[in-house]
Design a protein around this ligand. Sequence first.
Ligand SMILES: CC/C=C\C/C=C\C/C=C\C/C=C/C(=O)SCCNC(=O)CCNC(=O)[C@H](O)C(C)(C)COP(=O)(O)OP(=O)(O)OC[C@H]1O[C@@H](n2cnc3c(N)ncnc32)[C@H](O)[C@@H]1OP(=O)(O)O
Ligand SMILES: Cc1cc2nc3c(=O)[nH]c(=O)nc-3n(C[C@H](O)[C@H](O)[C@H](O)COP(=O)(O)OP(=O)(O)OC[C@H]3O[C@@H](n4cnc5c(N)ncnc54)[C@H](O)[C@@H]3O)c2cc1C
Length: 652
Amino acid sequence: MEGVDHLAHERNRSQFDVNDMKIVWAGSREAFEVSDRMSRLVANDPAFRKDNRVHLTRKELFKNTLRKAAYAWKKIIELKLSEEEAGRLRFFVDEPAYTDLHWGMFVPFLKGQGTEEQLQKWLPLAYKMQIIGCYAQTELGHGSNVQWLETTATFDPKTDEFWWPGGLGKVSTHAVVFARLITNGRDYGVHGFIVQIRSLDDHSVLPGITIGDIGVKFGNGAYNTMDNGVMHFDHIRIPRNQLLMRFSQVTREGKYVQSDVPRQLVYGTMVYVRKTIVIDASNALSRAVCIATRYSAVRRQFGSQDGVETQVINYKTQQSRLFPLLASAYAFRFVGEWLQWLYTDVTQRLAANDFSTLPEAHACTAGLKSITTAATADGIEECRKLCGGHGYLCSSGLPELFAVYVPACTYEGDNVVLLLQVARFLVKTVSQLVSGKKPVGTTAYMGRLQHLMESTCKVQKAEDWLNPSIVLEAFEVRSARMSVECAKRLSQFTNQEEGFHELSPSLVEAAVAHCQLIIVAKFIEKLQGDIPGNGVKDQLQKLCSIYALFTLHKHLGDFLSTSTITPKQASLADDQLRSLYAQVRPNAVALVDAFNYTDHYLGSILGRYDGNVYPNLYDEAWKDPMNDTAVPDGYHEYIKPLLKQQLRNSRL
Ligand SMILES: CC/C=C\C/C=C\C/C=C\C/C=C/C(=O)SCCNC(=O)CCNC(=O)[C@H](O)C(C)(C)COP(=O)(O)OP(=O)(O)OC[C@H]1O[C@@H](n2cnc3c(N)ncnc32)[C@H](O)[C@@H]1OP(=O)(O)O
Ligand SMILES: Cc1cc2nc3c(=O)[nH]c(=O)nc-3n(C[C@H](O)[C@H](O)[C@H](O)COP(=O)(O)OP(=O)(O)OC[C@H]3O[C@@H](n4cnc5c(N)ncnc54)[C@H](O)[C@@H]3O)c2cc1C
């Protein structure tokens, strides 16, 4: 029945104030207010409808995305929205589009790599969207290995194929282009250039440049709203001052001048986007968990008591699959908040030419991007399975969410390639201990290596696993012992690069252990701070324990093989985990209500706020164009002749 809250009984059971949790999830009351207002503005405007996307052809889909993006831009101007409000509005429009790359990569690259003079020229054009930019770094032959990009930019004192860049295919007028800078016959490696690629008069592609869309990508709708493109340069010419020259310059005479800064600063935008992707992981996972939790509370199957079947959310197996994902969504939220702080801090330090935390920032953004996107992609798929057959319908919102999200494991750095960067950082940290260098930041625990190598876990009963200090030390011991073991085996190789490649699978596992420690540590730190709201901290403590103990259970091999814990302590952790599931159970629906997602944004019949699933699932089916006629297209051509033939055969 419309208007009835079929989940009221679930909401009445919660043991905390969901409105207080909404503020904690949003990060602040102000952030909540902006998000709430923008999500409702989008949900209430039919121009932003998205339930028809799966029925559109690729070209209709793309044109519809251009319409929405233009409409959103007009709204932003008309309502004089702030940068934060505009960003939230685009987020709730929920459609990958060229604007993601314009605002998410092109503008940040200009801001990070341009000189004051270059910013004065290009930023006003970009902010007013008088130029539309993309980020053209990946080539057909190279994406991960940036240092081996082949496009060249040769300085001519007298007067190159990109693949994938989002927005490039049909929309962008300009591109940030990565090319090897060659001047006076010497190759100075990869640098960033701004290149106009289309006419601002008629959008025609400029001479010497070939541009196209790379074709249909994974899934219906999904990322096909984005014109990922292909571009080929054939000896085009650009002015010298379109080399972005904040960190390195080429003089009028062609002389290369490198400021005294790490060459990796040219990678700054990737670090920035990886940081953003971690928060986005919590957005995507929380969306899937919201759908699966509400539906698990609605769905009843088997186990009838008094003639009423059991809610599937009450099955321990459903809880053991769903609640760790709920906990992960909150865990990624809070580590994302911390990563934002780390990024801001390193940016301020860079402004003062302090590069001391650059390695930490790179390792943390690379590693956390890798493990949060992997867990989120797997988590969205698990949420689809948690919803049984209906989870496979596009009207569940889950197939498209998965298809849009899963490339996050690849873009902005393949997850394994990034974990190898973390491994390199860890091996270096361990090796420097010998020389007395004190590890700081997220590797500070390595400074207590002697203790961690000798420590024994103090757990004697299940409840001991609720002690944050015991949990934190277990994760520190596991990570330290894995890193030290790798470093020790690596030292047996005469050729370190050869050893690194040989041991890379184990090195990746050590990197994962370190990054999971960071997530656990930051969740615990968050809870040591002030957490306002009735019953809120208690719920978050439960979720923190679930994230930690589920992670321990999932990686039990690490904890046992490093003798961090005993099999008995592992069994006690499982007992505590099941007890925590029972404690979270009455709060599950309220914990996903706290994400404050509108039905429009969720785009899911199964995840409706009112839980009124079946009538709406049934009605939605009839909307499918397949049901426009009772007799399907093709009947007269292919079915009727077949039936008639069979009838004739049966009479012979
Ligand atoms: C929700 C998102 C919102 C907004 C964005 C919108 C949309 C997002 C969605 C899609 C857009 C996607 C865009 C893209 O995919 S853009 C292209 C992304 N490409 C990559 O990420 C390439 C990955 N590869 C690399 O980053 C580098 O090649 C790699 C780091 C793997 C290796 O670099 P390099 O060969 O130069 O260095 P090494 O020899 O390995 O290391 C030398 C030294 O440098 C340190 N290092 C490396 N990178 C960095 C860095 N970024 N910052 C600081 N330091 C760095 C490394 O640790 C070594 O240090 P040391 O060991 O001390 O020598
Ligand atoms: C949806 C989407 C949007 C994108 N948008 C953009 C964009 O806007 N701009 C842009 O420039 N690029 C973009 N990209 C490209 C993206 O950045 C690259 O695909 C990504 O960096 C991975 O690089 P690759 O494709 O070369 O993968 P590869 O590195 O070729 O990966 C293939 C396999 O090789 C493995 N591998 C590679 N190197 C190593 C190693 N050293 N050790 C062990 N294993 C290794 C990887 O782990 C992986 O399993 C986009 C990609 C996608 C999917």
